[in-house]
Design a protein around this ligand. Structure first.
Ligand SMILES: [Zn+2]
Length: 178
C-alpha cells in the first residue's frame, strides 16, 4: 500500500467526487500501542478500542499496528470526520465538549433508522468506511471487521437496508449534510 499521506489525499478526492464533500478540518494522530495505552488511560477511554474521534477538536486518533489500522482511519477520520464537518447534527456535536457530546449521543434518535443518536453516528461512519473500503480494495477486510464486531454489524445493517430501500443521498438529506 502507498504511504498514508497519499492514501488520505486520494480518498479525499474520491470523497469530493462521490459524496460532494471532503475532510477539510479534521486531522489524524496515530499512536504506537504503548502510547495508545497512555492516551486512553489519561483520557478515560476504552483500552480495548483502536480508534476514537473527538468532535470538538475535529481530531481522529488511531492505534497503530492493528489488523484494521487502515479501516480504523477510514472510520474515524472520514466516517466521523465527514459527518462532524458537514452534517447539521455533526456540527452540533462539535460545539459540545467530549463529555456533553457523549451524553448527547445517548439520547433517543428521531431518524427512523436507529433508536439512539449513537447508532446514527456509528452507522453513518460505517457507511463511509464501507464506501472507502470498496474504493481502496479493502472490502474483504471490512467484512471481516464486521464479523468481529456483531454490535457494529447490526447497526451497519440498519443503514445498509435504508440505503438499499432509498439511497445514500436520502441519508445525507435526513442528516442534513450541507
Ligand atoms: Zn465510530
Amino acid at each position: 500500500m502507498q504511504d498514508l499521506e497519499t492514501l488520505i489525499y486520494e480518498i479525499n478526492d474520491f470523497s469530493k467526487s462521490n459524496f460532494g464533500f471532503k475532510v477539510e478540518k479534521s486531522s489524524l494522530k496515530t499512536y504506537s500501542s504503548y502510547n495508545w495505552e497512555l492516551f486512553c488511560k489519561k483520557n478515560g477511554f476504552n483500552l480495548a478500542s483502536e480508534g476514537i474521534y473527538i468532535p470538538n477538536i475535529l481530531r481522529a486518533y488511531v492505534k497503530e499496528n492493528t489488523d484494521y489500522f487502515v479501516l480504523n482511519i477510514f472510520h474515524e477520520l472520514f466516517g466521523h470526520g465527514l459527518f462532524c464537518e458537514h452534517s447539521l447534527f455533526g456540527k452540533k456535536l462539535c460545539t459540545l465538549d467530549f463529555k456533553e457530546a457523549e451524553q448527547y449521543l445517548y439520547k433517543k434518535s428521531n431518524s427512523g433508522i436507529s433508536e439512539y443518536f449513537i447508532e446514527d453516528y456509528e452507522g453513518i461512519a460505517m457507511l463511509f468506511e464501507e464506501k472507502i473500503s470498496i474504493f481502496t480494495n479493502t472490502i474483504e477486510l471490512f467484512n471481516k471487521k464486521l464479523k468481529h464486531f456483531p454490535n457494529y454489524n447490526s447497526i451497519f445493517e440498519k443503514f445498509k437496508n435504508f440505503e438499499k430501500e432509498y439511497s445514500l443521498k436520502e441519508i445525507f438529506v435526513k442528516f442534513e449534510f450541507l
